[in-house]
Structures are given as structure tokens and as C-alpha cells.
Unconditional design. Sequence first.
Length: 112
Amino acid sequence: MTLLRLIETTPGRYSLLLNAGDSPVDDLVEELGHEPNGYFWEGVAQVLVSTEAQMLEGRFSYDPEGGMFCAYGTDREALEELAARMRVVATDGERMRRLITDAEARGFEFDD
């Protein structure tokens, strides 16, 4: 199973998808007081963009729901970069723990 999928929905339009509840760090996310749903993963993406990938700011939009994270737009390269960064966090418990702890220390509130 592929954790993050980048699909072309119509010619030149792309969606990056993650099925909420399917990541290796879900139990850790819950242990840290969050629900690993699509809205939580949007928060993860926002934190990654604002703290380590500012060059992605404004290059795609978000449309999560409870069961799925979705980022979409016409900039395939930006979505691929986001996917690479999210894949690391979604598969590395210590990296996820640091992201949540650091974000909350800065006052970021995950909308989960």
C-alpha cells in the first residue's frame, strides 16, 4: 500500500491523497492527544510548509475530510515535494513526535 498518492484528476490538475488511519504513526499521534484524521494531516502539512518548506507556500490548496487528507493544485512539483516531506513524518515516530511537540510549543493548534 502506498501511504501518499499523487494522482492527476484532470489534465494538469493534481491531488495528493493520504488515507487517514493508515499511517505507521497513528498510535503515536493518538498517544500525543490527537486524532490522525484528514484535518490533523492538513495541520502536519501546514507545519512542514511554514517551518521547513516556505517555498511551497501558496502553491497548492487543502481539502481534507475526516477520512482523508487532500492537497490539490496544478503545481505537480510542489505536491511531490510536500509528499516527500509528509512521507518522512508519517513513517518516523520520532520525527512525528518532534513535529507535534515543536508545533504546539509555538502555539500551533491541530484541527483534529
